[in-house]
Every structure is written in structure tokens, then in C-alpha cells.
Design a protein. Sequence first.
Length: 324
Amino acid sequence: MPQIIFVVYPGFELLDLSGPVAVFNNANRALAERGSSPFYAVVAASARGGKVESSSGILVETRRLSTLAPGEGQMVLVVGAERAHLMTAMADQELSSALPRLVETAERFGSICSGGFILAALGLLDRRRVATHWDSHAPLEQAFPDVTVDSDALYVADGRCWTSAGVTTGIDMALAMVSVDLDAAIAGEVAKRLVLYARRPGYQSQFSPVLQAQTRADSLVADLIEWLLLHLDETLDVPRLADRAGMTQRSFHRKFVAATGITPARFVETARLDTARMLLSRDLPLKEIAAKVGLYPTARLTEAFERRFGIKPKLFRELHSETG
């Protein structure tokens, strides 16, 4: 049974631990319902063991890192924290001494959020491509020039090294691990158990245009965006959207651009293509996807997809299929 060691330290971000742990535990539950044995064994560990306080004040019982013997099939994942707690952890000699020994023999290792700084400080991310929280991109690149930071990805799998961006993306990365270790169906069951809106692939940007638009917009435009995401298969031109918002077309266009930074037409196409990109990673016919996102017939979807992403939908599916 693969043992997953989550490395924590005082002031760590609790969700970096609890999110991925929930994924692995629910994968075991899904297996049990199929009559299979658990696949994952989760361990929280720290430099000195015992109770470790998270940034939210909740204590987590841990084992001492130096007492853990490297084992086959082992995963080692370092969680993140705010800068002050992270710097203290990086200076911890006992942590720095014990961690490389475990990573060296682990089948898979990595980090959630800013936990990559601890690995990078030990030279364990040299010549690796990694993901981290958007606020840590520049500091990580500047401090560790031998590390290549993917500034856009939710998570990155570079060989046996897996790294994720901020907080909830640790859940996405854990689901991807489950899909690799077990199968996509189990990962899908876990996502449903956790009531996730969608399983997000690693290539998806941390800076979702929809999220940014909803963040900047007032309640009227934000509500309209939420509505149009549920009606991508319908006509979503300016007259329809303006009528939905209860405005003249001119006023609506001006207010939408001011709120989102892009035209309504550009926003709708972006929402459609991002949804198509997510659906392409599943085993759905291209014709069905084109209809679902309002880019029908398939030639229209293909043209728009290739223009935006520089790759044909069919090739994209081959590269990112969950069932492949």
C-alpha cells in the first residue's frame, strides 16, 4: 500500500493538507464499495513529531520525519504556508536533514502551493518544471534560477515530481494522481463525493477569465455571467444578453466591457472554448461537445479552437484524455 507522507510544520496551510487527504481517503472508500482493499495510507509528519499547529490554529498530530523509513511506492508531499512560516521551515535543520533522504527513494514527491520553496531550497527541484501559487511565481524564480516555474498551470507532473498551485489545486492534483494510480472512474467518483463542480486539468490557467470577470464585475454583470455559463448552447449575442440584463444594447456593451475588460462576444467565445477544452479531456464525441458549447457544427468548433489554442481539438483530446 503506497504510503503518502504529508510534510507539515508550524503555521502550515490546513487546506493544503486536508484537501488532498480527503481525496485519497475517499478513493479508499470508493474501492471498499467495490470490494477492493484500500490503496492509500496517509501519514502527517513533521521535523520533531507530535502536535503541529496550522495557520488556522487547528492542531494536527504528526510523526517525526527521522523515524520514517524510505519505502517502495512512497509519496512525499510538502504543504505550503505564508512567507514567515515558510522561511522558518526552510531554516529548520532537522527538516532539511530528513526530507532529502525520503524524497530520494520516493516513487513520487512534490508540493502543494508554496511548499515547493522547501524542496527548491534543498536542490530537489533543480531542472524541474513546477507549479506554485500565482503570488509565489516571481519569488521562486528569483530565489532558485535552476527551477522552471510554469506560471499558468494548476499543477505540473514532471516525471516523479508533482507540484500544484495555490490551496484548492492540491485537490485537483490529488485527483489526477488517483486517476493515474487507479482509474479515471474512481477519480470521478471521488470528485462527486467532494461535490466538485468539475475536475480541473493541470493545463488550466490559475487565472480563469470567468473568475476574473466575476471578481471585477458588479452583481448585475456577475449574475449574467453565471447565467450564460449555464446556457452556452443557446444564442448569446448582445441583443439577447442586453435583454436579459434589462439594458439597451449600447449601455450593456459599455458596462460589460468596463466590468470585464473584454467585449461580450470575446467573453462568450472564451467561456465556450474553455468549456470545450474541459469536455475534450472526457470521452465525448466532438459533435456532442460542439452542440453543448454552442459552437456547432464541429467545423466551427475546430476553427475557433485552433485559432485560440493553436491546436486542433482532436489532437488536444489525444494529449489530454482522461481515459487514455
